[in-house]
Design a protein around this ligand. Structure first.
Ligand code: NAD
Ligand code: USQ
Length: 389
């Protein structure tokens, strides 16, 4: 199958691209490298050294003989998107190419506007390119579990049957997300569902939980194939951050009381979920939603698990929550669709955490401790109107 991976230079996009290539697909990657520019803007860098996309692609060809075509450009540039899709003629497009940090989107007005423009416009350009060039292309779009928020009822996989005043309907599950980033994904979901309905496009929206982990079978083949690993207060996700904090002897930063519960997924399962979704496409006109996580834990449970596993001293500190979010809430979310299609979950284990400790120990001299504490506060607004490039 011909698969185009957008955001193919990112944390998840790169390992997915080579996972799909290793599985025998004809893969192309696309990116505008803006993620590397956020690092420059914030003065941070990935814990793991990462090669350029050109070096990654040539290393993959050297090791496997497989060629990955690459397209460098901005998804907000409609002409670029159209030309790329017309040139590669993919059967599946996997869309990872967005600004994905909730704190980044909450820095100030300029970052909120940038995030929603980048994400919503890029996705719309893609929908138009698919509609114009080949409506049979299957769009596999990365959404997020955070689209749902933390409702006081069970979370279903994208759709819910509602009975209201004696009548019933199947409607998109109500959304109540917790950041302007998460909201951008809600807007995307609605735009995609609309495109499926009016143009007959086929799409799978993957509402993914928080990803942790640093390598897969393919990235481990050579250090030049390594993917990024973020730990800073803006881009680092909770479990990855806490592993680094443990190794550095830094208290694990639980925001508030830590009762907030999130779906989690290991990087090796992320890349498998994408393969499974691509190989079992949605039907024409279908807007299909899968909840892509394998287990759920509260932030406090994550901290307790890491502290218990760390061989040295490790403390946990509840710090003032910089976000506005429920710290105690009901959480029961369905996540059976991907398992039904064949996913065999890789659950968090001491072995996995120990491996992460070892990776961090290898690169700990690259950590900037000043970048660990959170700096972005949800309640604060700033009138900074232009985002520095
Ligand atoms: P990432 O920032 O590492 O990768 C995203 C890539 O997209 C980057 O390389 C960036 O340069 C590129 N990009 C952004 N805007 C672009 C544009 N306008 N044009 C071209 N390229 C652009 O993020 P990630 O962690 O790999 O996440 C990938 C996707 O998965 C995102 O959509 C994110 O919302 C979703 N997701 C991530 C997680 C997680 O825990 N990392 C969890 C759930 C969902
Ligand atoms: N948290 C802490 N301490 C930390 C970091 C985070 O307690 O040091 C808490 C946060 O307050 C939040 C939870 O951990 O309650 C998750 O935070 P996170 O930064 O790990 O994840 P989040 O901001 O939700 O975003 C990440 C990815 C995003 C993806 C999302 C999946 O950056 O791209 O969409 O996970 S989900 O959370 O399911 O929406």
């Amino acid at each position: 199958m011909r698969i185009l991976v957008l955001g193919g230079d990112g944390y998840l996009g790169w390992p997915t691209a080579i996972h799909l290539s290793a599985a025998g697909h004809d893969v192309a990657v696309s990116d505008n490298f803006v993620r590397r520019r956020y690092d420059e803007e914030l003065g941070v860098e990935s814990l793991t050294p990462i090669a350029t996309l050109d070096e990654r692609v040539s290393t993959w060809a050297e090791l496997t003989g497989k060629t990955l075509k690459s397209y460098v450009g901005d998804l907000c540039d409609a002409r670029f998107v159209h030309a790329m899709v017309a040139d590669f003629r993919p059967e599946t497009i996997v869309h990872f190419g967005q600004q994905r940090s909730a704190p980044y989107s909450m820095i100030d007005q300029a970052h909120a506007v940038y995030t929603q423009t980048n994400n919503v416009v890029g996705n719309l350009n893609l929908l138009y390119a698919i509609a114009d060039i080949d409506r049979d292309i299957h769009l596999v779009k990365l959404g997020t579990m955070g689209e749902y928020g933390t409702p006081n009822i069970d979370i279903e996989e994208g759709w819910i049957e509602i009975n209201h005043k004696g009548r019933s309907d199947r409607v998109m599950y109500p959304k109540r997300p917790g950041s302007f980033y998460h909201l951008s994904k809600v807007h995307d979901s609605h735009n995609i569902e609309f495109a499926c309905r009016i143009w007959g496009l086929r799409a799978t929206d993957l509402n993914q939980g928080v990803v942790y982990g640093v390598d897969t079978e393919t990235t481990k083949l050579d250090p030049r194939l390594a993917t990024r690993f973020d730990y800073d207060g803006v881009f680092g996700t909770v479990l990855n951050r806490m592993v680094i904090q443990a190794v550095l002897g830094y208290p694990l930063t639980v925001y508030g009381t830590g009762g907030q519960t999130r779906g989690l997924i290991n990087l090796v399962d992320t890349v498998e979920c994408i393969r499974i979704s691509a190989e079992s496409p949605a039907d024409p006109g279908e807007f299909r939603v899968f909840n892509q996580f394998t287990e759920h834990m509260s932030v406090r449970q994550i901290a307790d698990t890491i502290a218990a596993d760390y061989p040295g001293p490790c403390t946990i500190e509840e710090i003032e929550n910089p976000r506005v979010e429920a710290e105690q809430h009901y959480y029961k979310a369905a996540h059976t669709a991907l398992v039904d299609l064949g996913l065999v979950p890789t659950l968090l284990s001491d072995t996995l955490i120990d491996h992460l400790f070892a990776v961090v120990e290898q690169h700990q001299d690259r950590v900037d401790q000043a970048a660990i504490m959170p700096t972005v506060r949800w309640r604060e607004t700033s009138s900074e109107l232009v985002r520095s490039k």
